[in-house]
Structures are given as C-alpha cells and as structure tokens.
Design a protein around this ligand. Structure first.
Ligand code: FES
Length: 155
C-alpha cells in the first residue's frame, strides 16, 4: 500500500520525460521544474468570448419596453417576435406570461428562419419544429412582466 502511494505521488509530481525515462522509454527533452511551462510550449486556450451569460457567472438581464412598435405584437396571445438584436424569440402565452427563448435553432444554430403557428416554432432551414413549452427543445429564459416592461433574465 505504501509503495503504491509512493508511486502515485511520484507520477503526480514528476514531469513527463522523467516518467517516460523511469519506464525505460528514452526521450530527448528538457524538464521544466519551475512550473512556468506546464503546457509544454503550447499556446494557452483562449477564454470564450461573446454574449454567453454564463462565462462570468453573472446573469444578464434584458429590459424590454412593450410599448415600442416592434413589441406591440406581443399584446395578443400567440403574438411573437424574433428580437434578433438580443437573439430572443418572444411569445405571448397568456395575459401574465411572455415566454423568451434563445433564437438559435438547436439543429444548426440558425437564428433567422422562424415561423410560428399552432403553438409550434418552425425553423425554415431544415423544417425542424419546437413547441412553445420550455421543454420543447428551444432554450428558455425566465421572464417577468411589470406594467409595460418585460424583463428577461439570461442565466
Ligand atoms: S438549422 Fe434549424 S432546422 Fe436546421
């Protein structure tokens, strides 16, 4: 047991060429022991960028004035709009509910081919359909309505 733990500790702390040499595999490579080159000369992977709200661990909140012309369609149940500036599909469900979905089609990510009828969004690119429920395949965001203001929280 002690030998197994010693071997494990050695493998964790030794650099790769030392480990290969210990097992009889010859390598011509220098070891870096100061920890400054732990990626063995590879460029570090860049951090993701863009509007993904989860990259910084903070929710992003979008506030929408429902009296603006482009959103008046949401006054009627079944009214919907593809709010491309924020990548949202907005749909009036009932008097108290407007649902907000990410407008990226789960199939190949297209955002601009949507139509809606009978409770179903259809993407024109390949004809895939997604129902209006939050478990219908489109990414659903939480929403709240206060007066003429819709708040969408991207989390
Ligand atoms: S991208 Fe929407 S169905 Fe293919």
């Amino acid at each position: 047991m002690e030998t197994k733990n010693n071997r494990r500790a050695f493998l964790k702390t030794a650099c790769a060429p030392i480990v290969f040499a210990a097992f009889g595999i010859p390598l011509l490579e220098a070891c870096s022991s100061d920890g400054s080159d732990d990626n063995y000369g590879m460029e570090p992977t860049p951090e993701p960028s863009g509007q993904n709200p989860s990259t910084d661990g903070q929710d992003r909140v979008i506030t929408i004035d429902l009296t603006q012309d482009m959103f008046t369609v949401l006054n009627d149940i079944g009214g919907w709009v593809n709010y491309t500036a924020e990548n949202l599909l907005l749909l009036r469900i009932d008097a108290e509910t407007i649902r907000a979905f990410d407008n990226a089609c789960p199939h190949q990510g297209n955002r601009d081919g949507w139509s809606f009828a009978d409770g179903v969004f259809t993407c024109s690119y390949h004809g895939n359909t997604y129902n209006q429920n939050c478990d219908g395949g489109l990414m659903c965001h939480s929403t709240a309505i206060s007066g003429n203001t819709l708040t969408v929280t991207l989390g």
